[in-house]
Design a protein around this ligand. Sequence first.
Ligand code: HAM
Length: 423
Amino acid sequence: MAIQIPRGTQDILPGVVEKWQFIEGKAREICNKYQYHEIRTPIFENTELFMRGVGDTTDIVQKEMYSFDDRGGRNITLRPEGTASVVRSFAENKMFGNPTQPVKLYYLGPMFRYERPQAGRFRQFVQFGVEALGSMDPAIDAEVISLAMEMYKSLGLKKLRLVLNSLGDNESRIAHRTALINHFQPRIGEFCSDCQNRLEKNPLRILDCKKDRDHELMATAPSILEYLNEDSKQYFEKVKQYLTAMDIDYIVDPTLVRGLDYYNHTAFEIMSEAEGFGAITTLCGGGRYNGLVQEMGGPDTPGIGFALSMERLLSALEAEGINIEAEQTADCYIIALGEKGRDYSVTLLQKLRLAGFSSDRDYLERKMKAQFKAAERLGAKYAIILGDDELQTGIIAVKNLETGEQTEISLENFIEEFSKLCR
Ligand code: HAM
């Protein structure tokens, strides 16, 4: 039997990969505009990084990690997300000492989660994410959110909803935690075993439970916003004020929890409201994680970021009927006829490519008509006709495939003349 691709993964083939490249280019362009710089961290890390970073009560760590022992007996995990790695690298490379602060980074690459595959949910998916480390200015929260929104808007998406919450600082979280325990404890027996485990370890996670989401205690659970202390309240007010100043609409949802443990203060998600987008509507998620650098062995440094997946971005484009042109183009195609023509096309093609022209030729000894078809299929602007006659006279016919216009160019100064023609 033929070997098949693993479940939850996909091949991105030519014809579609150009869409990905276009979007990736857009991400880099926007990051440059906002002054975020690329960081590349390993695709695998020591498992402990995610246990401590993402949090060992999360679904990601408990159920979804691709972990294995390597041949040296080290426990390794394919990264399920990017923040823990970036923060590790920030601490390990002492970026807190960089002259430029805050440190603003972005990444683009595959992440791995052993989830049940469905529309918009893969086991290998590509995240684009940013992290800003070293600033506790609410304006940077607004900047990070604005960058995420620009990514979608610049591609033409309109049916977006930005959902915002504050999880508060440590003090607020401790107060909220106590209130949550008091709320759920008397009836925790009615909840799933995961939630029972979460009660003492991390009761906030109960609010994110998929199995028990319709339990009546969920709707009446104490809201974090009621437990925010003055500092946290003020911080949240400023973030909202800056978003309004930037003309970014948002909805506050006190039940927004996020699936990772490292968050405090600002938490946000961007959803698609396009019809037919499917059950999973979250395009992007992020928030502030002020304790994480210290957890990774660095000095106490605040941080905020987000990540979005390319796969869900592409689905959102499709749902809104936005087509990104994935056109193939080439400057020229050599139509080689006869043995001498084919022989000389090796030399000419090399010269064209060295001169910077994207060019190709026939490698299947096709008839003239089929070679013209091949040139069209590549989206070539010019066909260069190279037959025995042309070689003998030293005059080459060049056909503009868009206008049909034909020009004759001497073989002697071919590259020079062809360059002029293309200009
Ligand atoms: P997350 O919410 O786990 O956060 O993932 C962020 C985004 O990755 C999601 O909104 C979704 O677009 C995409 N995503 C997650 N799982 C899958 C999947 N199985 N298939 C396709 N797409 C998926 C994080 O990863 C945090 N590190 C974000 C962050 C950065 N927070 C602060 N900085």
